[in-house]
Design a protein around this ligand. Structure first.
Ligand code: NDP
Length: 247
């Protein structure tokens, strides 16, 4: 049986590191991205170098119509005797920061659609198949911002907190179906998203480990959660933040 892992937002940053790690772990990868085909192809090359296959799926996860049009037929086409979707990583996300007073409808809606609503629509496509198999692992990439809130990030914090609540709820609903659902809450990780973070020196002083994390350090935790070593872990929110916040 071929085990497939779907990674949303897998062309860059944390999603890229997760896709490459899961390929090393033995999964074939379905790699979603939005626009950056060159970056997605580069990740595919890395996955193939690890001896696994990679199907690049370009669709905008903020658009439920596109999710259904692109992802659903791929799931319907699976050869169920030989392959199954084992893992879903809801990773793709954006930030559009502004203080609440100045935040526009568009900034609010773009982030809620991309970071939270996508979870609902992508997971809805995948879980009937996981239910059939009574097998699956779902990991949602939340954020420290969703655990404690963050200045200028009301849209992002609300979306990421929503993901945490959704993770816990789904873990309760799916426990008996042998589908484990967990979240990872990264702190500050070196990716394109954090290149624009202001006051990095001040932030570094607050992080006990005195550095930003690397995408591979998030991928390592995701790999563990997907493995049988985590076979009794569900509904958990694992911080990967260098000690910045200890819930
Ligand atoms: P990056 O900006 O580096 O990469 C984002 C990825 O998501 C890209 O692959 C991008 O595709 C994809 N993506 C963005 N929007 C969409 C969309 N609408 N449809 C499909 N794909 C999309 O982000 P990070 O790697 O830093 O973040 C990954 C996740 O981790 C996010 O959910 C983020 O909120 C979370 N996170 C990040 C932290 C950090 O410090 N970096 C901290 C806490 C959480 P493309 O290349 O085509 O644009």
């Amino acid at each position: 049986m071929k085990d497939i892992a779907i990674v949303t937002g897998g062309s860059r940053g944390i999603g890229r590191a997760i896709a490459l790690q899961l390929a090393e772990d033995g999964y074939d990868i379905w790699l979603n991205y939005r626009i950056n085909t060159a970056a997605a192809n580069e990740v595919r090359t890395g996955i193939e170098a690890a001896g696994r296959t990679c199907k690049c799926l370009q669709f905008d996860i903020s658009d439920k119509g596109m999710i259904r049009k692109t992802l659903q037929p791929e799931i319907d086409r699976l050869n169920r005797k030989e392959e199954r979707i084992s893992v879903l990583i809801n990773n793709a996300g954006i930030s559009r920061d502004n203080i609440f007073h100045w935040m526009t409808d568009e900034e609010w809606e773009d982030v809620i659609n991309t970071d939270l609503n996508s979870f609902f629509y992508v997971t809805k496509c995948v879980t009937p198949h996981m239910n059939e198999n009574k097998h699956g692992k779902i990991i949602n990439i939340s954020s420290l911002s969703g655990q404690i809130g963050n200045f200028s990030q009301i849209n992002y914090s609300a979306a990421k907190a929503g993901l945490i609540a959704a993770t816990k709820t789904l873990a309760k609903e799916f426990g008996r179906r042998k589908i484990r659902v967990n979240a990872v809450a990264p702190g500050l990780i070196e990716t394109d998203m954090t290149k624009k973070v202001e006051g990095s020196d001040e932030i570094l002083k607050m992080i006990p480990m005195k550095r930003f994390g690397k995408p591979e350090e998030v991928a390592g935790v995701v790999s563990f959660l997907c493995s049988d070593k985590a076979s009794y872990v569900t509904g958990a929110v694992i911080p990967v933040n260098g000690g910045l916040y200890m819930p």
